[in-house]
Design a protein around this ligand. Structure first.
Ligand code: THU
Length: 137
């Protein structure tokens, strides 16, 4: 396996400073690398109306898509604390839309890399664009 691109961690680590998480006090950031070699970062953005809060992965995916990019090669997610900050269920599905079962999801904290999973490990037997490829009309 090729070694982890250090730029992914560096970009996610600098983005962590911009997390807006006054309610949970749980900053999360991430950096997506696309198959074309571009990087898109995201941070969680909370709201006083709690359910309106955005996860860091949703923010990064928004940036990626609005720049015309649609294929995630790897993603590095940073969250603090003892437990690994793996993506929430909704974000696994968001990532799935633009990734494959073998897409790498790296998890770390502000000190560095802690673990790597494939999307297939985190979201097995997923529902995705392939389910809608055939028209049924
Ligand atoms: N959070 C993320 O940004 N990504 C995840 O995948 C897990 C959770 C954020 C949402 C909320 O602002 C804070 O972490 C605590 O749940």
């Amino acid at each position: 396996m090729t070694s982890l691109d250090p730029t992914l961690f560096e970009k996610a680590r600098s983005a962590l400073n911009y997390s807006y998480s006054p309610y949970s006090r749980f900053p999360v950031s991430c950096c997506i690398k696309t198959t074309t070699g571009k990087y898109y970062t995201g941070v969680n953005i909370e709201n006083a109306a709690y359910p309106l809060s955005l996860c860091s992965e949703a923010v990064a995916i928004s940036h990626m898509v609005k720049e015309g990019e649609k294929k995630i090669s790897e993603i590095f997610i940073i969250g603090l604390g003892e437990a690994l900050c793996t993506p929430c269920g909704a974000c696994r599905q968001r990532i799935r839309e633009f990734a494959d079962d073998d897409t790498l999801i790296h998890i770390g904290d502000d000190k560095g890399h802690r673990a790597t999973f494939t999307l297939g490990e985190l979201l097995p037997h997923s529902f995705g664009p392939h389910n809608l490829e055939q028209s049924h009309d």
